[in-house]
Design a protein. Structure first.
Length: 299
């Protein structure tokens, strides 16, 4: 009897193992790609990325080994003001946007604290008509600067920074709306960052100040919707990898380097002003995150 039971058990065991061997191995399920909706294009009618889009693609790629695949998709944002964009970010209709930081903006979204322009948007060069630039290019004193009629878009942090410093600043609705006011003399100069002013001036046949600039500490970040914390975490990791292997430096040198060279920053007189709206969490002590030409401005 025991032998018979053993035989039956052995038979059952053999059948069980045979069945297991016959079953195919479980197939690993591929992770769903992370969807990233953005609006960083040279032209809204094409899919060509601008510099900010190229940085986004770089840091998503650098994070792929840890976080898996991703898909960049065109978002709904189109010709929105910065204040409107932040409202949409808070509602979760935007995954991310980019802008200069301040305390309020770091409450509205999750800041990825790696400055896309290495602090250079805090160096502002005046843009104006040929006549205005010729008359104002020789300014040497702060008192003279205080008399210049400047303009800034009302919801840019620059408006509050420059107004707080005592400069004469006219509220503008957009850069485009400033062009006619520059030409009519309502305002004399529109100070823009050194990485953006020259292309805009050429677009509108305007001139730029060549001998001086306004300078203050600031940072320009990606801001992620609070509804997408996993995206913010991934961008921080990817940016850190791109800093470590210098791939961000290479992209920056290729795309922004020529604009820096054209600005001749070393030859300019800089009028330094405070930025009381710069959050304390700004990583000012990490020298590798800032351009050497503006590191002194950040301290």
């Amino acid at each position: 009897m025991p032998n018979k039971a053993f035989s039956l058990l052995s038979t059952a065991t053999r059948l069980l193992f045979a069945g297991l061997l016959a079953c195919p191995a479980p197939v690993a399920i591929a992770a769903e790609p992370l969807i990233v909706r953005h609006n960083f294009f040279l032209d809204q009618n094409t899919g060509t990325l601008n510099y900010k889009g190229e940085v986004l693609a770089l840091i998503l790629e650098k994070s792929k080994g840890k976080y898996g695949p991703y898909v960049m998709k065109k978002g709904a944002q189109h010709d929105w003001s910065q204040s409107q964009s932040y409202k949409e970010l808070e509602r979760g209709k935007l995954d991310l946007m980019s802008s200069m930081t301040n305390y309020a903006r770091e409450q509205s979204g999750l800041p990825v604290r790696y400055c896309l322009y290495k602090g250079l948007l805090g160096v502002r060069i005046g843009m104006g008509t040929h006549a205005a630039v010729a008359a104002l290019d020789g300014i040497q004193t702060r008192e003279a600067l205080n008399q210049v009629k400047l303009g800034q878009v009302f919801d840019w942090p620059d408006y509050a920074i420059q107004t707080e410093a005592g400069l004469q600043v006219l509220r503008l609705t957009s850069v485009a709306s400033s062009i006619e006011q520059l030409r009519s003399g309502v305002l004399q100069l529109l100070p823009l960052g050194i990485v953006e002013v020259d292309p805009i001036a050429k677009q509108y046949d305007l001139k730029t100040i060549s001998k001086w600039a306004i300078a203050y500490p600031t940072a320009y970040y990606f801001f992620v919707s609070k509804k997408r914390p996993e995206l913010a975490q991934r961008l921080e990791y990817g940016f850190e990898q791109a800093i470590k292997d210098h791939s961000f430096d290479e992209l920056f040198a290729k795309r922004i380097g020529p604009l820096i060279a054209a600005a001749d920053l070393e030859k300019r007189k800089l009028f330094y002003i405070r930025n009381p709206y710069l959050p304390r969490a700004t990583p000012l002590t990490r020298k590798e995150l800032w351009h050497p030409l503006v590191s002194s401005i950040l301290q």
